[in-house]
Design a binder for this molecule. Structure first.
Ligand SMILES: [Ca+2]
Length: 300
């Protein structure tokens, strides 16, 4: 007798239990989805606030740059300026592009110094420089340990050497043999915008000065104190080290690193941008690029 009331209620019980289980699973996944969504919205909201705050900080830094030097709170050379805005704490660092090393114009000797500083020495650095110079020179003649189009093809790459000057630092990632780690370590030393062979020490970040003294922090900090004094009166002072690599070029081009702390629980938002001052415009600057950087790229 398949249809006894007892058996029927057993089946009904199983169906009810099964439905409860399905509903519980649904509810759990819905709850999970809602939580994920709300944390995503929260993240998006926090990022939007941080971006807008960084934008405000960039305007503030530009305003500082337009002030007479003795009225500025901002020191060029990457010393952090702390600023508060709408409850967020912001750290602003500004260096002149002329305080960085131009990857198109710097001497091989100076570029070798940076490689050494980030742990690539002697033969490896020399090989890398051959590859880098082949990448940017217009010809297809290969240096001793360099690389031209054929080598990129052999390495299975869809692109070859650029055979033109670097227009963006990011292009360095396309140089044969460049690793993401090495690229990240190099970026805070380099620029494509200074247009000079040398470094202007008045605008340079501390890590570049340290590199030129082979890590003599005492010497570097004494010079930084001296340049801060000089900058107040619009004077320029040269350090007593690294003379071979300095020049006094200066253009109205600055690199800014902005770190925004929106709340204590989230990691800070960090962006870098390159700006050119243009007093005749409103706002009086143009942003060339704006990137999110790893903190290893931060100026000292
Ligand atoms: Ca070439």
């Amino acid at each position: 007798m398949g249809n006894s009331p007892r058996k029927q209620s057993g089946v009904a019980m199983i169906v009810v239990l099964w439905m409860i289980m399905v509903m519980m699973t649904l509810a759990a996944s819905l709850l999970y989805a809602t939580r994920t969504e709300s944390s995503m919205v929260d993240y998006a909201r926090r990022t939007a606030i941080a971006r807008a705050t960084a934008d405000a900080a960039a305007h503030y830094a530009v305003m500082q740059l337009f002030l007479p030097p003795q009225e500025r709170d901002l020191q060029l050379g990457g010393k952090p300026l702390l600023w508060q805005y709408e409850g967020a704490k912001v750290e602003i660092r500004v260096v002149g592009e002329n305080g960085l090393i131009d990857i198109n114009y710097a001497s091989r000797e100076l570029l070798a110094q940076i490689f050494k500083e980030v742990g690539v020495e002697d033969q490896a650095a020399s090989d890398m420089l051959d590859v880098l110079e082949d990448f940017r020179d217009v010809d297809d003649l290969k240096r001793l340990n360099g690389a031209e189009d054929g080598d990129y093809e052999s390495a299975g790459l869809a692109f070859g050497a650029k055979d033109a000057p670097f227009e963006r630092i990011e292009e360095l990632q396309q140089v044969l043999g460049m690793t993401p780690q090495l690229y990240q370590a190099l970026t805070r030393y380099l620029t494509v915008n200074s247009g000079a062979a040398g470094i202007n020490p008045m605008l340079a970040p501390r890590q570049i000065l340290l590199m030129l003294t082979e890590g003599d922090a005492g010497k570097v900090d004494a010079y930084i104190a001296e340049r801060e004094e000089a900058a107040k009166d619009g004077r320029s002072v040269l350090p007593d080290f690294g003379q071979a690599f300095f020049d006094n070029s200066q253009q109205p081009l600055y690199r800014m690193q902005i770190r925004v702390f929106t709340d204590e629980t989230a990691p800070p938002y960090f962006e870098e941008r390159s700006v050119r001052l243009s007093p005749e415009k409103m706002p009086p600057f143009v942003t060339y690029f704006r990137v999110l950087q790893a903190s290893s790229a931060q100026f000292e």
